[in-house]
Design a protein around this ligand. Structure first.
Ligand SMILES: [Zn+2]
Length: 258
């Protein structure tokens, strides 16, 4: 028996997910960068260079150090369009965002949180392997299916109910939280005039020795690699057939399986 740890033997991970590429991403990213936090930004490639939204020329610099993911070219309801439109909405978004950012894009956030099995299978074929919903779990588990990645909570829930973050940071003895996943839209801070609340939240979450600050994709890839560890039936031997070093806690000792 062993417990999966994160890179650098960290006990838990924190990740953020923000949608819609409003100009307020600039201020949010400035906060993330100052506190050493990492996020995944879900962009609509067809809604840039217009008032209120970022310029396409900003993409490589603004989001540097963070992850870019799809959110549909035009932010359409994915369940109310033809199959062809569904493909164009995500395949073109992927092509556009890869060209703008230089990143290889493998995830998305569902517009309006809408998804179903048909949509998920189409996305899988298009090379999009994780998708965020808008269903708060208020828990700290990995998703069972990364294409139905329910976050822990929206940032407003984390602000209004501090116990979500406090329990993650200082869990009771019986609990071993893996992942705190917070999502939202940066324009919500402008609307609610609560940037200070977000800054306080980020400060509280920052600088912890036992936390891995990672993008959605980094967490996805690490977990998928960890799932490939081979453990003997008696639990005495563990082998890693991947090229990704995996940190585990076994018999009270931290080990890196290579
Ligand atoms: Zn959206």
């Amino acid at each position: 028996m062993y417990r999966l740890l994160f890179p650098g033997s960290k006990q838990k991970a924190v990740t953020f997910s923000y949608d819609d590429n409003a100009i307020h991403d600039r201020r949010l990213i400035d906060i993330f960068n100052r506190y050493g936090l990492k996020g995944t930004f879900n962009l609509n490639s067809g809604r840039m260079d217009v008032e209120g939204y970022i310029a396409s020329s900003e993409v490589p610099t603004l989001y540097k150090g963070h992850e870019i993911a799809c959110h549909g070219v035009k932010h359409l309801f994915p369940n109310q369009i033809s199959d062809g439109e569904l493909v164009r909405e995500y395949w073109n978004d992927r092509l556009n965002l890869e060209k703008l950012s230089g990143q290889i894009i493998t995830g998305l956030a569902y517009p309006f949180g809408v998804q179903n099995a048909h949509i998920r299978s189409a996305l899988e074929l298009m090379g999009l392997h994780f998708g965020r919903t808008v269903e708060s779990t208020k828990s700290y588990f990995f998703p069972e299916d990364f294409l139905v990645w329910n976050p822990t909570c929206h940032h407003q829930e984390a602000i209004d109910n501090p116990s979500i973050v406090d329990t993650f940071l200082n869990p009771p003895a019986y609990m071993q939280p893996d992942l705190l996943y917070i999502w939202g839209h940066s324009y919500e801070f402008a609307q609610a005039d609560n940037w200070a609340d977000m800054e306080a939240l980020c400060q509280k979450l920052s600088g912890h020795e036992d936390i891995w600050y990672a993008t959605n994709g980094e967490i996805y890839r690490y977990k998928k690699a960890a799932e490939q560890l081979m453990e003997s039936a008696d639990g005495s031997r563990i082998e890693n057939p991947t090229g990704v070093p995996i940190w585990i806690l076994k018999d009270g000792e931290v080990k890196v399986i290579r």
